[in-house]
Design a protein around this ligand. Structure first.
Ligand code: FDA
Length: 390
């Protein structure tokens, strides 16, 4: 036996799992084809790693089984991870909505995890791609380009295919299928949405404009900023709704959150009839967006606008109905939604019911967090739940 446990993937979940298993006396080898561990941690949060969220709870996750994540999240909470961060003297701050970031660089989180793995006696082999896993008796054989390793347990922590240029692969899904586990359809998530060419041209002038919104579809609603881009829409509100969006569906954008745009327009028409629609819009919206929206309303003054047109303008601001053409795909997606069906796994240990000794943790599982540190919290929590069960 080369090791009690072989973990595929030295990312957030894999390192956390290795450290937990090693502390329990297990010999652990972590394999990763990347030359450096935790590459996604490094680029996360704009280089400052939004490592958890103070308000993290089961409602912040999308899964076919919304109860699945509860057990792991309860046993290793955001406060447990924060304790670890503080133990290492890593300075942090809360940005907004409970999102915790490093004051310094994400590398501090990677270094902390690497130290935890080293202290727990893990062996980390980078630049080592896993080509295959086969069952052999009670254990497994893991194949790399140069070696065949025997182990009692395999932990699949190889994430999803988002950002392939960073080494992300769908290898975990391939393994799941090979062992007869069901997969929930995967889609890019936390991803910018794109426009059709026809929509793109008039909106292109707004590229770079950001506005506070409430964005809604049939399944979810998010109260965050929207950003216009050359190709469509981005910003936190769009990334969030993208995880709930299916091709062909519409979304509704309210650029006057918490306000009654029609009532305000009627009041403005009565009190300041000479005000132009553009000037009225510019009181609440960025100037470029105000001019763009006013273009469709060919009136010099609010006084000239019939009530029907006031209603249309109010709707444009508070219920802009758009049907995006698509998403920017895995190339730009922060995560992948869907993955290994949670019905196939124990929520306590993350072990596959059908294949004793085979575990799936982190993003490869059909548990997808909202934007704001929730995906890492799932990686930490599922990693620890598995590591403690090995
Ligand atoms: P992760 O992807 O971290 O690790 C998988 C590892 O497996 C990789 O190191 C890969 O090289 C390796 N691997 C794959 N196939 C292999 C094979 N065949 N053999 C060997 N190794 C293999 N989340 C959050 O909570 N806060 C944030 O601020 C951000 N920010 C962010 C920014 C960007 C740009 C992205 C792309 C993503 C985020 N995320 C995030 C999401 C977060 O990065 C993600 O949810 C976790 O990294 C998932 O952790 P895992 O350990 O499951 O996979």
């Amino acid at each position: 036996m080369d090791a009690d446990v072989i973990i595929i993937g030295a990312g957030a979940a894999g390192m956390m799992c290795g450290a937990a298993a090693g502390r329990r006396g297990k010999s652990v080898i972590i394999l990763d084809h990347a030359e450096r561990a935790g590459e996604k941690i490094r680029i996360s949060g704009g280089g400052r790693c939004n490592f958890t969220n103070l308000h993290c709870g089961p409602d912040n996750f999308i899964s076919e089984n919304p109860h699945f994540a509860k057990s792991a999240l309860k046993r290793y909470t955001q406060y447990d991870f924060l304790d670890l961060v503080e133990k290492y003297g890593i300075k942090w701050h809360e940005k907004t909505k409970g999102q915790l970031f490093c004051d310094g660089r994400s590398q501090e989180i990677i270094d902390m995890l690497l130290t935890e793995c080293t202290k727990a006696g893990n062996e980390l082999r980078l630049g080592t791609e896993v080509l295959g896993v086969e069952k052999l008796g009670d254990g497994f054989v893991v194949t790399t380009p140069t070696q065949t390793l025997a182990t009692s347990a395999v932990v699949v922590a190889c994430g999803g295919p988002s950002i392939p240029k960073m080494g992300a692969t769908g290898f975990g899904y391939k393994l799941a299928e090979q062992f007869g586990l069901n997969l929930i359809k995967t889609e890019p998530a936390l991803v910018p949405l794109t426009f059709t060419d026809q929509m793109k041209t008039p909106i292109a002038a707004l590229s770079g404009v950001s506005v506070d919104t409430v964005i809604t579809n049939e399944r979810a609603s998010f109260d965050e900023a929207l950003l216009f881009t050359h190709r469509g829409l981005s910003g936190p509100a769009i990334l969030q709704i993208s995880s709930y969006w299916n091709a062909g569906e519409a979304i509704t954008v309210n650029m006057a959150p918490g306000r009654d745009a029609l009532a305000e327009l009627r009041k403005a028409k009565a009190e300041t009839p000479k005000l132009s629609p553009e000037k009225w819009l510019a009181q609440y919206l960025p100037a470029r967006l105000a001019s763009h929206l006013a273009l469709t309303f060919n009136y010099a003054r609010l006084a000239d606008m019939p009530d029907r047109e006031l209603m249309n303008l109010a709707l444009q601001v508070s219920a802009w109905h758009i049907r995006p053409a698509g998403t920017e795909g895995y190339r730009k997606a922060e995560v992948t939604r869907g993955g290994v069906d949670t019905d196939e796994l124990s929520s306590k240990t993350l072990e596959a019911w059908k294949v004793p000794g085979l575990y799936f943790i982190g993003e490869v599982v059909d548990v997808t967090g909202h934007l704001g540190g929730h995906n890492f919290q799932w990686a930490w929590a599922s990693g620890v739940a598995c590591g403690q069960a090995l």
